[in-house]
Each structure stands twice: as structure tokens, then as C-alpha cells.
Write a new protein. Structure first.
Length: 415
């Protein structure tokens, strides 16, 4: 492991990690029956429509398919010669003075050029069964007809490579005739938690012991990023045990996340174990919280992110460094979460020489306002207040204090 002695900017550290990301190999997945794998996956290739959308001219309303010229002198009675329901392939011949009943989505007969809505006919009162129908007024050609290809022509782009398959996008691709899609699915992620002071939630605590929460935190942040943790391992603070776990997980996963043990102390076993990894770098990043970072690629193949142990520090590190790399592995077009502006509802002390990443809650009104969810002087370990956080305010280096009414840049995680 190499060590960078001088603190580096957030963007420098993140760019180095992103340069080490290797995108996951694409998979070809059938659309029919493949929802569980496709939903949330990321397209590896642009996807185009195999046919026009709509496929054929069809009715936008329940009513009657007519020759518009036959309605020019309306009110007028037309002969009803049949019915075209949705899904029918029937293309009836229409002579002058004739029409057919038609349902929404049904193909327009070749001889028809307009649809009269049922509410504009005598059928609205008399029902569908009469042999003739009274048309109340004239309709122009093209009235209430959806034209073939007006949404997408055959060959038009429907979705870009790097876009995530949401329910709407997957539905659109299926409608456009996709039978198989090339996608990148979830990376296989392991969570490795160390710490002699940690006990499972609910266990009786002695002096010096605390509940272990970081495995819940990391697994939850992964889930909120659309990724399920494949493995969660708790390991004792022993270098040999941690080394064995890291070797195993690094060879069988795409990413290993760990929390704790990254400082320079004698008991910081994760940092000690990572000393043997040439592609891992120990760095101090100019942020608060989350300054100490150890990250890179293990010889076993996986990327490792050894994050600080304090919960808020770990969560901030995940948001700023881990999440972008996970998205890059999946081939997302945008790997960073967009930011927005909010107004500080109260004032707080900033971190001056480092970027302050402070959990905030939002107040909604004419303007989006935010206030710290924790004390600005004790961010990293304030897990209780952090539980209410809806986002992070990003206060740049050089600012000593945020005053009420100041505009601040925020990452918004929760509405």
C-alpha cells in the first residue's frame, strides 16, 4: 500500500478511484421472464425500436370509424357494418355511407380516415346494437387516429447505453419490440466489519462496548443504491483473520467494503493488512468527516474501500467515493448524484480548510431550506441525529461559517 502524505482534494481522490474501475461484463437477458434481472440493470448498448410505435394506425377513442367525407353534411345516419375490437386484424371494406364500431387501440380500417367518438353519436343514448348510427356533427380527416410511427419510427433510439432500466423504460423497450437486452447487473459486494468493541444489536453491553451498526448501514446504503450486499462478514481485530477474510472476499467479489481500522494506530488492523496491497492507497482527503481513506484494487481482483469506522464518516465516504465507483462498474452514464441549492435555515460553523459534508434535514416552502441534523462540531460519530438526515450540505474549503440565509449546495438523498 502506498501512502499519500499531503491531504488531497475530494475530486482528486475520487478521480483516482474511478480510473481503477473496470466495468462489469455485459449480459444478454431475455425480456420475456427476465424482469427480476432487468429491472434496475443498466443498458450496455443503445436500444432501438424494431418496429414503428404505434405499429399501425389505431383508434384513440371508442366510437365509429368513418369516411370523413360521409360526415360533411352531418347530422347524418350511417350504416353500421361490423365491429373492430382491440386486437382484431379485420380490415372491413367501407362503402359510402357505411361505418364500423371501433374500440380504443383497434386498427383503423384502410377505408376509414377518422373516428367519431361514441358520445358524439346516437349510440351514447341508444347503445351499440343498432344497425345505423346518427352522427351529430362533421369530423375532419385524421380525427382521433393515432398514426403509425408517430411515437417512434422503426430504428429510432429508445434508450441509451448507460441508462438504468426503470419500469417505464423497460416497458417502452418491450413495446418497441426488444426481445433481448445487453445489460450490466449488480456488482457482487461484500461488507467486512471489524472492531473489538462491537456487539450485535440487543446484546448486553459492558463498559467500552457499543452496538455494531455499520453492517446495517453499509448494507442499507447499498440497497438504496440498487445493490444488495452479497456477503456480510464480522471479523475479530486480528491481522491474520482479517487477511484471510480479505483474500477470500477479494477473489470472489467485485467490491469489498470495510469500516474501521484505517487510522495509524497499533490496533488499526485493516490498514495494517492493506499494507501488503500494492494497488491500494492510504490517503487523507480534505473533507470533514471522512478524512482517512484506504482504497484501491486488491491483488485478488476486487476493489476495496476501507472506510472510517464512525458511522457518519462511513456514510459520507460511501456517498462521495463508493457509490460513484459502483455506478461506474454498472456503466451508468452519470455516476455522481446531482446537487441542488438550498437556503440555510440556521447558521453553523464550517470546517474552514476542508470541505464540510454535514447531514441536513429539509424544510419545504417557497424555497428549499436546510438545517444540520447533527452538531457541526461533532459530525462523525453523531449517529443518533444522523438517523433523521435527508441529505448532505457541501460547504467548500475556505468558508469559516454558514450564516442563516446563505445558499448552500446539497446532495439530496430523501425527499
Amino acid at each position: 500500500m502506498s501512502t499519500v502524505n499531503e491531504p488531497v482534494e475530494l475530486e482528486v481522490h475520487r478521480a483516482r478511484l474511478l480510473s481503477q474501475v473496470v466495468p462489469l461484463a455485459p449480459q444478454q437477458i431475455e425480456v420475456a421472464g427476465g424482469f427480476a434481472l432487468l429491472h434496475g440493470a443498466v443498458l450496455a448498448e443503445d436500444a432501438t425500436s424494431t418496429h414503428p410505435l404505434p405499429l399501425w394506425d389505431n383508434s384513440a377513442m371508442d366510437g365509429y370509424a368513418v369516411r370523413s367525407e360521409d360526415t360533411a353534411e352531418a347530422p347524418i345516419a350511417l350504416e353500421v357494418v361490423g365491429e373492430v375490437p382491440a386486437g382484431s386484424g379485420w380490415d372491413p371494406k367501407l362503402e359510402p355511407g357505411q361505418c364500423v364500431k371501433i374500440m380504443t387501440g383497434a386498427p383503423i380500417p384502410t377505408d376509414a380516415d377518422a373516428v367519431v367518438r361514441i358520445e358524439d353519436t346516437s349510440a351514447a343514448a341508444d347503445g351499440w346494437d343498432a344497425a345505423t348510427v346518427q352522427i351529430h356533427g362533421p369530423v375532419p380527416a385524421g380525427k382521433d387516429i393515432r398514426r403509425s410511427g408517430e411515437d417512434k419510427a422503426a430504428g429510432d433510439l429508445v434508450a441509451y447505453a448507460g441508462e438504468q432500466l426503470t419500469a417505464a423504460r423497460l416497458s417502452a423497450l418491450a413495446a418497441a419490440g426488444a426481445s433481448k437486452l445487453s445489460v450490466r447487473t449488480q456488482p457482487k459486494v461484500a461488507v467486512l466489519v471489524t472492531g473489538a468493541e462491537l456487539l450485535a444489536p440487543g446484546e448486553r453491553l459492558s463498559r467500552g462496548q457499543i452496538p455494531e451498526t455499520n453492517s446495517l448501514l453499509m448494507a442499507g446504503l447499498l440497497a438504496e443504491s440498487g445493490i444488495q450486499a452479497a456477503t456480510v462478514v464480522h471479523c475479530v481485530d486480528d491481522t491474520q483473520a482479517v487477511r484471510e477474510q480479505l483474500d477470500l472476499l477479494g477473489a470472489t467479489h467485485d467490491v469489498v467494503l470495510s469500516t474501521g481500522g484505517v487510522g495509524p494506530g497499533a490496533y488499526d488492523v485493516m490498514r495494517q493488512v492493506l499494507e501488503a496491497e500494492p494497488e491500494v492507497q492510504a490517503t487523507r482527503v480534505k473533507i470533514r468527516p471522512g478524512q482517512p481513506q484506504c482504497a484501491g484494487r486488491l491483488e485478488g481482483g476486487a476493489m476495496v474501500f476501507a472506510l472510517p469506522g464512525n458511522p457518519v464518516s462511513a456514510a459520507v465516504s460511501f456517498e462521495l467515493f463508493v457509490r460513484p465507483c459502483l455506478r461506474a462498474m454498472q456503466g451508468h452514464r452519470e455516476v455522481l448524484r446531482p446537487t441542488l441549492r438550498a437556503i440555510a435555515a440556521v447558521g453553523w460553523k464550517a470546517a474552514a480548510g476542508r470541505m464540510q459534508v454535514i447531514p441536513v434535514v429539509f424544510e419545504h416552502g417557497e424555497q428549499l431550506r436546510c438545517a444540520p441534523a447533527v452538531q457541526a462540531s461533532s459530525i462523525s460519530h453523531s449517529v443518533g441525529g444522523f438517523g433523521a438526515a435527508q441529505g448532505y450540505a457541501l460547504v467548500p474549503p475556505g468558508i469559516e461559517r454558514v450564516n442563516p440565509g446563505d445558499a448552500v449546495e446539497v446532495l439530496r438523498m430523501i425527499p
